[in-house]
Design a binder for this molecule. Sequence first.
Ligand code: AKG
Ligand code: FE2
Length: 351
Amino acid sequence: MDSNGPALTSHPQYPPFPETLDTAPLVTISLARLESRDDAESNTLFKASRDLGFFYLDLKDSNIGRSIISGAEQLKDVQQSFYSRPQSEKIQYAREKIDPFFGYRRVELPLVNSEKTPVLVETYNLRKDDFVGNRESLPCHPLILQNWEIFQSYVQSCHKVVHLLLEHLESHLQLRKGALVDMHRLHECSGDHVRFNRAPVYPFSKDLVKAGEHTDFGSLTILMNWLGGLQIRLPSTEQWTYVKPIPGSAIVNLGDALVKFTAGILRSNVHRVVPPPPPQNNTVRDSLVYFARPEDNVILKRLKGGMVNQCPEIQAEKEEPEITAAEWILRRSVGDLKGIYTLKGGLESRR
Ligand SMILES: O=C(O)CCC(=O)C(=O)O
Ligand SMILES: [Fe+2]
């Protein structure tokens, strides 16, 4: 039991993350301390955003944070109900029918399980603009409509956290006030979305895991997960290392858009999802993600001012097409553009 009473999260209902495993050294940053503009906490945030691009955000002592914790638990229930629906029903909301990026997607893994049934990885991308009323909503499953208010509140809370993190970052970067925040307004259209991720029980496969290595292509990602399986490649050792889920904390990472805006000062670290470590490996894995992205019309290029001006422009940066966030998301999602970490001689090579 912690200070907030028992059963804050449902982590204890799952098999435990193994104590003996080496895990990634993410620092923990307190959302409440960032809210009260604690300088030391803010410095830790900036350092983590440069060095690793991943950190835990302890949500427990903040009202917004606690609404994210309880919202995530509720949305996980929605997610589980949705994924237990028959395929014939889920594919009514498939991306092919709805939108190139938003909607349901199933990918069959090239594996055979003991029941000889397809092994499916499933995702469902739900657009922020629909929940906050920026656009006419895309068609979605009735379970989403029945839980609309939970999504609305979740999106708003995550978005507030994104603004707070961006405010701290822009101040450390000595950019003008609003330089980052004003490109991420709630009521402007953007690629922000909630994603339900579902992975079945499946054995570790080198090829599959390799194919899943990626950086996130937006600005900030707020991840809630209950089982291990997320791994990051540590910049210090190049080793793939599990990130342990911590009840009451989100895992936050920076995406490629922030690397571009800051000419490589901030880091978007490569990561992947593999089967959870034993004894968690016989449990279906759900995770819940809020992806924050720049507004659709924003051009993805370095910002002017502050620390960014002190970074000389490198060749790879000069050669990159100047495209909008909307176009970048579409092209990245079909693999047409490379992520920051794969771009040889690109921004990552500045380190
Ligand atoms: O499921 C996780 O823990 C991470 C998911 C992820 O990296 C993503 O959806 O981009
Ligand atoms: Fe990711």
